[in-house]
Design a protein around this ligand. Structure first.
Ligand SMILES: Cc1ncc(COP(=O)(O)O)c(C=O)c1O
Length: 467
């Protein structure tokens, strides 16, 4: 185990030491390696929420002290989010919502796609949340990928050349939730702006792991819109945000209307209010916004450079160990030397054990939480696996018939700032066991979901949590 960077941030997190049950009847500490999906809460988040709840009340236009304090805290949280990603209040607005999915859907409904500019350029490496909302709104072009799964910038240039005058928006992920590849967003933004389009980045993965700077609008490399999800940033209280150009949200009708979105309403007319309230219909998730701001505060105290460095060290070590193992196939970039250029998201397969089964054994027998399957990025997974059109059609057919038992997919381990070299060792040791057939349970597969569970064993959830 390397000793160069052995920083330990576990003490900043809630619940890392609680015991969970495993198949042999014992209990052990949970090893969480599914951070690309959701992260555990920070203690600073729990503390801020606790401190705030005693003052919690309605925000906006409440006249009592608690309402005013709640409004103050909510707006302060908004400013902290803006500052964290380099937005400025003159040019940008921060619209709180549920998560990245909601943010992108909102943008897809709020951008005016009429007229000549009605194309959105996205890519084949996107999470469905940065693909399907665009398909529902307008015409979409997908930038091709290299065989390893990186964005093919030559094809990006070709698409922009071909459709530039008709391109309303380029919408790309900042970093992939499958391979951890990081896109050169500022360079691509500059090209997009030269072609007259707007540039949006899905920062669901990037925001917890890298410093983001939207840059002022006068800078040609600026980002026009970004989206973030707090549950991936150690603040699981149901909030996300769409941050972007205020001028766009000053125009048009809000996609969801109701309380808080208006200046004045008569029986036959309505005057919408200004951003961000114009796009935050109904009572907002004040606690969620405060939780997110507290997480940002803590991340800034650690320092985003340190976050990136620590996670790169773990990724390098994990790749080194995976590369030494027989019977493992790592997708995307397998080179430990390039760990700093990507996120700590590692997709892999064991050649002789189905991905669903590997994930089940890791969970049931080793107390390790990973994820397996297609990670809400079906086109990307099919590309990485190199499936032919015919093979992909067969898979689709099988799934339509309710049979996921042979569903293609991978296992994904993804790191957060609190993970340690011991976590990586636990994963790699467990994978070596599984690879050698050394697991204890007898597993059955549910055909419909594809998932495996051990015969004759089920955890007693009520022992660990009940209302
Ligand atoms: C790159 C990316 N975009 C979008 C999403 C959707 O995020 P949410 O589920 O928070 O809406 C995810 C979630 O995994 C993601 O990884």
């Amino acid at each position: 185990m390397p000793t160069s960077s052995n920083a330990d941030y576990r003490h900043l997190f809630v619940g890392l030491d609680v015991l969970i049950p495993i198949l042999d009847g014992e209990c052990r500490c949970y090893t969480s390696l599914d951070n690309a999906a959701s992260t555990p809460p920070m203690k600073a988040v729990q503390q801020a929420v606790d401190d705030f709840l005693v003052y919690y009340s309605s925000v906006h236009r409440g006249t009592g002290f608690k309402s005013q304090l709640s409004t103050h805290a909510y707006e302060q949280a908004r400013n902290m989010v803006m500052k964290f990603i380099g937005a400025n209040a003159n040019e940008h607005t921060c619209i709180f919502g549920k998560n990245t999915t909601e943010a992108i859907n909102k943008l897809a409904r709020r951008l005016p796609f009429d007229g000549r500019r009605n194309i959105v350029i996205t890519s084949g490496m996107e999470h469905h949340s940065n693909d399907l909302p665009w398909r529902a709104a307008t015409q979409v072009m997908h930038v091709r990928l290299t065989p390893d799964g990186e964005l093919d910038e030559e094809d990006f240039d070709i698409k922009l050349n071909t459709y530039g005058e008709r391109t309303a928006l380029v919408a790309l992920t900042g970093a992939s939730n499958v391979t951890g590849f990081i896109n050169p967003i500022h360079r691509l933004a500059e090209k997009t702006h030269r072609a007259g389009g707007l540039f949006m980045v899905d920062c669901a993965q990037l925001a917890p792991h890298r410093k983001i700077d939207m840059l002022p609008l006068e800078n040609p490399a600026h980002l026009d819109f970004i989206s973030i999800s707090a549950h991936k940033m150690y603040a699981p209280f149901g909030t996300g945000a769409l941050i972007g150009r205020k001028d766009i949200f000053e125009l048009g009708d809000p996609d969801v209307s109701g309380g808080g979105t208006v200046e004045i309403v008569t029986l036959d007319s309505v005057v919408w209010t200004v951003p961000p309230e114009r796009d935050e219909a109904g009572s907002p998730n004040t606690v969620g916004a405060i939780a997110l701001a507290a997480a940002i505060n803590q991340l800034e105290k650690v320092g985003m450079e340190e976050v990136a460095q620590h996670e790169a060290d773990l990724t390098r070590y994990a790749l080194e160990r995976l590369n030494q193992m027989q019977g493992v196939r790592v997708f995307g970039d397998q080179d430990p030397a390039r760990a700093e250029e990507r996120l700590g998201v590692i997709p892999f397969q064991l050649e002789n054990v189905p991905h669903f089964l590997v994930a089940a054994i890791l969970g049931y027998e080793f107390g390790i939480g990973v994820r397996s399957g297609c990670f809400c990025a079906h086109p990307y997974i099919l590309h990485l696996l190199g499936l032919s059109n015919e093979e992909a059609a067969n898979v689709r057919q099988q799934m339509m018939e309710g049979d996921r038992s042979d569903m293609p997919g991978m296992i994904r381990a993804s790191f957060g700032i609190y993970n340690t070299y011991e976590d990586v060792d636990r994963l790699l040791d467990a994978l070596t066991f599984i690879n050698n057939g050394n697991y204890k349970g007898k597993y059955t597969q549910d055909k419909e979901s594809g998932e495996y569970s051990p015969l004759g064993w089920q955890p007693d959830y009520g022992r660990f949590f009940r209302f």
